[in-house]
Design a protein around this ligand. Structure first.
Ligand code: FMN
Length: 223
């Protein structure tokens, strides 16, 4: 069959194809956008930008590397004023943070705390208590995965106990604790030497393994 391609119908056909292609890619982009998940990392050291913050960022980087649909955000509580729960919500820095945890795009959490006397920091405890509005009237965080990162200045400085305490708290929110991928058996456990975790290869590996696993579980839970 002879093809009769005039300049006019060639342009019309090419234009329609280009329009279809751009519409398809726009729809694909929209669909991909709809599936984007955010993993939020929270550093609960009063010292902003220090070892806990860096360890949480390492875990977030690994979570983000799992899939292009995963976005990450680090919230560093260092320098913020966050009081414990009280019957009248304190007027402090917590109120602007809460909506981030209510966002339906939230895929999971990575909570980091320094080990203070083999326990979680006071700031971590205050922050977690102030998430109470996310339990009632609706369990907003239920079925979302979380991992915990703990940094200590001693090799056996209570990092695993700190992780366990934070896991105990977040179980009350119906969240799913993630660890289990060696060497991050309980979570990420890091050793700070002179305010640096850069030399702690094993600890950084636990942070990476934890972040990766949180990212993987977040994707599975999102369906
Ligand atoms: C009040 C206090 C208590 C601490 N207790 C412990 C501890 O029990 N075990 C430990 O390994 N390190 C302990 N440390 C050291 C911190 O965990 C360590 O320096 C950590 O890296 C601090 O985190 P940051 O650099 O993010 O502030 C303590 C530090 C402070 C200030």
């Amino acid at each position: 069959m002879k093809q009769n391609v005039t300049r006019r119908n060639f342009i019309a056909t090419a234009g329609a194809a280009a329009l279809a292609a751009s519409t398809t890619s726009a729809l694909a982009a929209e669909a991909a956008k709809g599936k984007t998940l955010t993993i939020i990392g929270v550093s609960c050291s009063p010292r902003r930008g220090m070892t806990t913050s860096r360890a949480v960022q390492a875990a977030l980087d690994a979570a983000k590397a799992v899939d292009p649909r995963i976005e990450t955000e680090l919230i560093d509580l260092g320098g913020l004023n966050i009081a414990p729960w009280s019957p009248t919500p304190p007027a402090d820095d917590m109120a602007p943070l809460l909506p981030k945890f209510q966002d339906p795009a939230l895929g999971g959490l990575i909570i980091g705390s320094p080990s203070y006397f083999r326990s979680l920091s006071g700031l971590a405890k205050c922050f977690l208590e102030r998430l109470a509005p996310l339990r009632e009237p609706k369990m907003v965080l239920a079925e979302k995965p979380f991992g915990v990162v703990a940094v200590g200045a001693f090799r056996n400085g209570g990092q695993e106990l700190t992780i366990e305490q934070i896991q105990t708290i977040l179980l009350c929110f119906g969240m799913i604790p993630v660890g289990g991928h060696g060497p991050a058996f309980q979570g990420a456990t890091l050793l700070s030497a002179n305010d640096s975790i850069a030399q702690d290869d094993l600890g950084l590996k636990t942070a990476a393994q934890l972040g990766k696993h949180v990212g993987e579980v977040a994707l599975k839970m999102a369906g």
